[in-house]
Design a protein around this ligand. Structure first.
Ligand code: PHB
Length: 390
C-alpha cells in the first residue's frame, strides 16, 4: 500500500512537472463543525488576497481547492492532502489550522515536489519536519515569550499554567515557564486539559486552590477559548483578582461580541489585531470583511491565509508556473513585505515568519463594540522555540 501511494505521488509530481495554465492550490482547514469560523477566516483571507491582487500570476490562473478537516485529525488531514496532490494535481498545499494536521502532511511534500504554506498551525517544530514547509502565521513561543515578561512586570509572582494537552499547548507551557522564571517569577502548577474539555469549572477551582496570583492559559481559538474566558469570570477568578495572562488566541476578535464585558481589560500578546492602524490593514479589513460578510467575524487566521497567498504567488512567479518545490521555497527565503499586521519577513534558515508581537488590551469603543487595542510593540520577533530545542 505504501509503495503504491509513493508511486502515485511520484507520477503526480511528474505529470504536472510541465508548465500548467492553471496552478492548483489545495487548502486544508476546518470548514464545518465547532471550528468552522476559523476555516471561514482562512477563506476570507484568501478571497481578500485574490480580490486585491487578481486570480492570475503572469499567464497562470490560480485555482483554490478546499478540503474540510473539522477538528484536529492527523489521519484525515494526511489522506486529504494526499488526495489533493494525487487526484487534483495541486502544486501547493496551504491552510492547516491545527498543528497535528500540519505535521501529518509533511512526509508527503518532498516526494510530491509540493511546498506547504502553514497559515495557522503554531507549534515550533512543524518547519523542521520538511524543508518544503514555510509558515506565515506565528508560533506559540513567539507570541507567549513577550507575555511572560509582561506578567512579571505586572506584579505576578506565582502563576499556574493551563494548556490544551497537545503540541502547541506543550510549547505554551514551556515558553511561559522559561520566560517567567527567567524574569524572576515561579510557575507553581502546570495543568493540561484534553482538547475536548468543555466544562472549565473544575480547573477554575484548582487554580483558586493553588493560591497563585495569576494564571497563564493557551487553548486553540474557537469554542474552548470562549468557554474558558467566560468561566474565568463566572467562577469568580477575575473578581478575586487572579490575574489573566495569555496569547491573543484567547481574545480573538470574533469571540469579543459574545464575551462582552467579561473580556474587558484582558491583555494578550499576539501578531495581529483587526484594529491594527495601517493603510495595508485598512485595505485588508475592507476586502476580508466583504469576503466573510460580517466584519465582526474577522479573526487572525484570515491574515495568516492572506500572507500565505502572498508567499504562494511569489513562488508561482519565481518558478514561472513550473512545479519545482525547491526553487519555489528558495525564492521566498528572506522575502520581506508589509503585511496587514505590520512589517514581516521569512527567516531564510527556519522558513518561519519574523514579525512584530503586540501587547493588546480588550477595550470598549465609542460605539459599544469591543476590540483588541495595541498598547506596546515587541519588534521583529523570530521564533525562540526553535532555539529552545525540545
Ligand atoms: C495549533 O493547533 O497549532 C493552533 C490552533 C489554534 C490556535 C493556535 C494554534 O489558536
Amino acid at each position: 500500500m505504501k509503495r503504491l501511494l509513493s508511486a502515485a505521488l511520484l507520477a503526480a509530481a511528474m505529470s504536472s512537472a510541465a508548465y500548467a495554465d492553471t496552478i492548483k492550490v489545495g487548502i486544508v482547514g476546518p470548514f464545518s463543525g465547532p471550528f468552522a469560523l476559523q476555516g471561514k477566516n482562512f477563506k476570507a483571507g484568501i478571497d481578500a488576497y485574490v480580490a486585491i491582487n487578481g486570480h492570475k500570476v503572469g499567464n497562470h490562473e490560480v485555482e483554490i481547492i478546499y478540503r474540510d478537516v473539522p477538528q484536529a485529525d492527523p489521519a484525515q488531514s494526511k489522506a486529504l492532502a494526499q488526495e489533493l496532490i494525487v487526484k487534483e494535481g495541486v502544486q501547493y498545499l496551504g491552510g492547516f489550522y491545527f498543528t497535528p494536521d500540519a505535521m501529518a502532511a509533511t512526509p508527503l511534500l518532498q516526494q510530491a515536489n509540493v511546498p506547504m504554506v502553514v497559515m495557522n498551525a503554531a507549534a515550533s517544530a512543524i518547519v523542521t519536519k520538511s524543508p518544503y514547509v514555510v509558515r506565515t502565521s506565528f508560533t506559540i513561543w513567539q507570541t507567549v515569550s513577550p507575555m511572560a515578561q509582561v506578567a512579571f512586570d505586572d506584579g505576578a509572582k506565582k502563576v499556574v499554567t493551563v494548556v490544551a494537552d497537545y503540541a502547541p499547548g506543550h510549547d505554551a507551557e514551556a515558553a511561559f515557564k522559561a520566560g517567567f522564571e527567567k524574569a524572576g517569577g515561579a510557575v507553581v502548577e502546570q495543568l493540561r486539559m484534553p482538547m475536548s474539555t468543555a466544562d472549565f469549572s473544575p480547573i477554575m477551582q484548582r487554580i483558586k486552590d493553588s493560591g497563585a496570583d495569576g494564571l497563564f492559559v493557551f487553548l486553540p481559538s474557537g469554542p474552548p477559548t470562549l468557554g474558558f474566558v467566560k468561566a474565568y469570570n463566572e467562577n469568580g477568578l477575575k473578581a478575586a483578582g487572579i490575574k489573566f495572562f495569555a496569547p491573543g488566541d484567547l481574545t480573538q476578535e470574533s469571540d469579543l461580541p459574545a464575551l462582552g464585558e467579561s473580556a474587558l481589560g484582558l491583555q494578550t500578546t499576539f501578531h495581529y489585531a483587526v484594529s491594527h492602524d495601517s493603510p495595508e490593514n485598512k485595505a485588508f479589513v475592507t476586502a476580508a470583511s466583504k469576503a466573510i460578510g460580517n466584519q465582526a467575524e474577522l479573526s487572525f487566521p484570515a491574515v495568516g491565509a492572506y500572507d500565505g497567498m502572498h508567499v504562494i504567488y511569489k513562488m508561482i512567479e519565481a518558478t514561472g508556473g513550473k512545479q519545482d518545490a525547491e526553487k519555489a521555497v528558495g525564492a521566498v527565503k528572506g522575502l520581506s513585505w508589509t503585511s496587514p499586521r505590520g512589517p514581516v519577513s521569512i527567516d531564510p534558515e527556519s522558513r518561519h515568519i519574523v514579525e512584530n508581537i503586540y501587547l493588546r488590551e480588550v477595550t470598549k469603543a465609542a460605539d459599544g463594540t469591543y476590540y483588541n487595542k495595541e498598547i506596546r510593540t515587541f519588534e521583529k520577533q523570530g521564533d525562540p522555540g526553535l532555539a529552545a530545542k525540545k
